[in-house]
Design a protein around this ligand. Structure first.
Ligand code: CA
Length: 168
């Protein structure tokens, strides 16, 4: 895994929403303005809740590689609840085994809040027993991935579970 391979230029372009139109004088040809590519106009916000920094960084790097997802990391349940109330995410990847507040408790609280009641939640768990899987799904998670997991598989599940994008 190489964490230094992502060029910063894409992020820089994103921060200038007016740039696509700035150089087109009104009085020239009536050619239609070139639309902003959908991937940039409709970026998705994914909250990843994982206290193991290496795993969190790997998930963030993999999800953001496609250029259409922004990942916010939270290293604890408290941080996740704070982040999700400030900016409700489009999807949550939630580790079951967190210190203090467990993933199950975080999941239940997210479900009780109006802003995140229906947000897709994919749970990460090191446990493989049927009882724990059922408990995770009962708490409101939509899907789960058992550790050790393939980060590419997780990314595919995230993309499959993201709700359809709003028209940009
Ligand atoms: Ca953990």
């Amino acid at each position: 895994m190489t964490l230094h391979a992502t060029p910063p230029s894409r992020a820089d372009q994103r921060t200038q929403p007016g740039a696509a139109f700035a150089s087109t004088p009104d009085s020239r040809r009536a050619a239609p303005l070139r639309p902003v590519p959908a991937a940039r106009a409709n970026r998705r916000h994914v909250l990843v809740v994982e206290d193991e920094q290496d795993i969190a960084d790997l998930i963030k790097h993999t999800l953001e590689r496609g250029g259409d997802i922004d990942v916010e990391l939270a290293a604890s349940g408290d941080a996740a609840l704070k982040a999700s109330s400030e900016q409700p995410p489009d999807l949550v990847v939630l580790d079951l085994n967190l210190p203090v507040l467990s993933g199950l408790e975080v999941c239940r609280i997210l479900r009780q809040r109006t802003a995140t009641a229906t947000v897709p939640i994919i749970m990460l768990t090191a446990r493989t027993s049927e009882g724990d899987r059922v408990m995770g799904l009962d708490s409101g998670a939509d899907d789960y991935v058992t550790k050790p997991f393939s980060v590419r598989e997780l990314a595919a599940r995230v993309r499959a579970a993201l709700p359809p994008g709003r028209a940009g």
